[in-house]
Design a protein around this ligand. Structure first.
Ligand code: COA
Length: 341
């Protein structure tokens, strides 16, 4: 019962995750075959709206700045949208609020493609076609992933008949938690430390001896390598375009050593690289600041949240599970009426 593991809470046509086979389909398309385009993903998920004009309108909406990590300002800005905002408005606002959380004056510029516009707004520098393509590949790869915690949060809100803005605000709150959207930053810290010492085996063995987890390895659902890791590793290769990439070479070496050490320690498990491992290296290669990694994840996953919101609303059914009471028992029999109801 703990953690709702393996509990089916909804039927969905959005994505299929097979943890044993390492398969992931989004709307019936294997993740590796998705077109690297946010616009295409939008229509794949049955969402309507024009992202280009939504981006223009989003620029007129003020950023709400709150103390805390950038994701807090993204959440607060989304929460301040009018409650009838459309999916395109939500997607554009999450993107702009992400860029503005590091630079208040961030604007989208003239790009027609969402991924290029967002990457340029974050970096405030020109973006090559290869970079835009790699970033779009990342955004669509993480667009949806079964009944993950933030998507579940969005569906619970949708099921009450509430609005999309409230659902995405709740989802952002869930994504912020380190157990959900927070691993890529620590993956880079690990690679930095190994690059400095030049001793992957020593670093990882010491980590395991201290009973610490190796970031970017293992998954609640996948018992084989996360299929998204292969897609993002491929995107990195494409981005490098044949030029040697010492960071990617180091990452591959660390992945191999980590898998070997984890297999020796947990022979009954299969602890392999997950999506966060190569997310970290790809976002770094795209010069996205580490503190924005969770927000950038939200920029992709918001597509799934909007699609799940609509799917949940169509069911018209309230999500209302039960709790098993294990608390104190009254010391005497009493009726509610007698106690003043
Ligand atoms: N490094 C070291 N040990 C790990 C590990 C990792 N990355 N992942 C799992 N383990 C160990 C656990 O500590 C556990 O050991 P124990 O029984 O001695 O406590 C054992 O392997 C079984 O864990 P499992 O049931 O497969 O993991 P989980 O479902 O509870 O957790 C994660 C899944 C993703 C939370 C976990 O693998 C993890 O913390 N990974 C690192 C963080 C990360 O990359 N998160 C992003 C996920 S997309």
């Amino acid at each position: 019962m703990s953690g709702l593991e393996n509990v089916v809470v909804a039927e969905t046509e959005m994505s299929m995750v097979d943890g044993a086979k390492g398969a992931l389909w989004l709307r019936g398309v294997p993740v590796a075959e998705l077109a690297p385009s946010v616009e295409t993903a939008l229509s794949l998920f049955g969402l309507s709206g024009d992202l280009e004009s939504a981006r223009v309108s989003a620029q007129a909406h003020p950023q709400t700045v709150v103390t805390g990590p950038p994701i807090d300002s993204v959440r607060a800005t989304v929460a301040s949208l009018p409650s009838d905002a459309s999916p395109a408005t939500l997607i554009a606002t999450v993107a702009l609020a992400t860029a503005r959380s590091v630079r208040a004056s961030a604007e989208f510029g003239g790009q027609t493609e969402h991924a290029a516009a967002l990457l340029r707004a974050i970096r405030r520098s020109e973006v090559t076609t290869a970079e835009a393509r790699a970033f779009a590949r990342y955004l669509v790869t993480v667009a949806d992933h079964g009944m993950n915690a933030s998507t579940f949060a969005a569906r619970v809100v949708a099921s009450t008949g509430s609005d999309l803005v409230s659902a995405v605000t709740a989802a952002l709150g869930a994504l912020k938690g380190p157990l959900h959207g927070g691993a890529p930053g620590p993956v880079l810290d690990m690679l930095d430390a190994i690059a400095e010492s030049g001793d992957a085996i020593g670093y990882l063995e010491a980590k395991l001896a201290r009973k610490e987890r190796i970031m970017g390895m293992g998954h609640r659902v996948y018992r084989v390598r996360d299929p998204r890791a292969a897609v993002l590793s491929g995107a990195l290769e494409e981005l490098a375009a044949g030029a040697p990439s010492p960071r990617l070479a180091l990452a591959r070496e660390v992945e191999q050593v980590a898998e070997r050490l984890l297999a020796a320690r947990y022979p009954e498990r299969s602890l392999r690289a997950n999506v966060e491992f190569y997310t970290a290296i790809l976002l770094e290669a795209l010069q996205i600041p580490r503190e924005l990694f969770t927000c950038v994840f939200a920029c992709g996953r918001v597509i799934g949240w909007c699609a799940h919101f609509e799917e949940q609303q169509r069911t018209g059914r309230l999500l209302r599970p039960r709790a098993k009471y294990v608390g104190a028992v009254p010391t005497r029999e009493f009726s509610c009426a007698a106690d003043g109801e």
